[in-house]
Design a protein. Sequence first.
Length: 337
Amino acid sequence: MSNRPQVILTGFADEAANEKTIDQQFAAFAAIGLQYFSIRFIDAGNGVKNVMKLNKSEIKTVNSKRAEYGLNVSSIGSPIGKVKLLDVDDGTKNAFIPFKKYLANDVKKACEMAHAFDSKLIRGFSFYHPRGTDAADHVPQVVDQLGQIAEACGQAGLIFGLEIEANLVGQTGQLLAQIHDQVNHPSMVTIFDAANIITQGFTAEETFEQYRVMKPGLGWLHIKDYRNPKPLKRTTHIDEESLKHFVPADIGDSGHEAILRDFASIVPKLEKKLKKQGVPGVFLDLEPHVKGGGQFGGFSGPDGLGVALRSLCRVLDYVGIDYHLRDFDDVRAARGF
């Protein structure tokens, strides 16, 4: 039996589906060997919807289908926190929703979706500060609002994962770590995503440093990378819809080898912590965007998702992290043998 740390591989299933139908998503994931998926956009028979918009009938359909394909939900890919922090016109199209209403409606709905799909994890974000202002100036308000979100998730027996991403208050590892430390709630963790740092014009060395400062609060990782043929200039605001150079984890500019080699050392402790909270283990969540990405989603196709998975597995093999993919015994078990 291996003594190497082990992670659970998962991914955003909508990335693998041309029309985002249930069967396209689930067949692709089952075929490449995954047993977990993050649910974000899906067509459950009434057109493509964000998971937050699914009705009871659609939830029942998704659950029936995922049982048929032998799939479990790792996290709810919610857009919680991707709204304006303040009601000001800053030239963006981001929506503003009064926070009390947002907490009572949207956050509550995300918790309901997690329960409906038997997941303990909700992915979310750190709010859009007015464009042109310093993100650091808005940390106190974000800490207050995220503290209330974390408490709502905790009351529901869930964990809120705060993803690093450009244009939000938590756009760097330093800012996200500061927010996590100040919220100081057991039901809030952070999610590292190397490509979301590289796209802002940071170097691989700076990306690793941001991972390092986020380490104490990490809950899981998103896996995607970026390689631009021209050097990126550091910027505090990016046009997310113009990003076209996402690549698999073994050929990008982020330095996933160094990040994952270091991450291996904390997997056992993190796994123990997560299992106490009802999470099956440490997830690496594929969100490759290899055929394009934007503000609220991305696309890889079934071929791109497969390539991204194999690329991640090569890096994990190289740095000494174990993982599980479906084998013949799993197929036999699904058939009742």
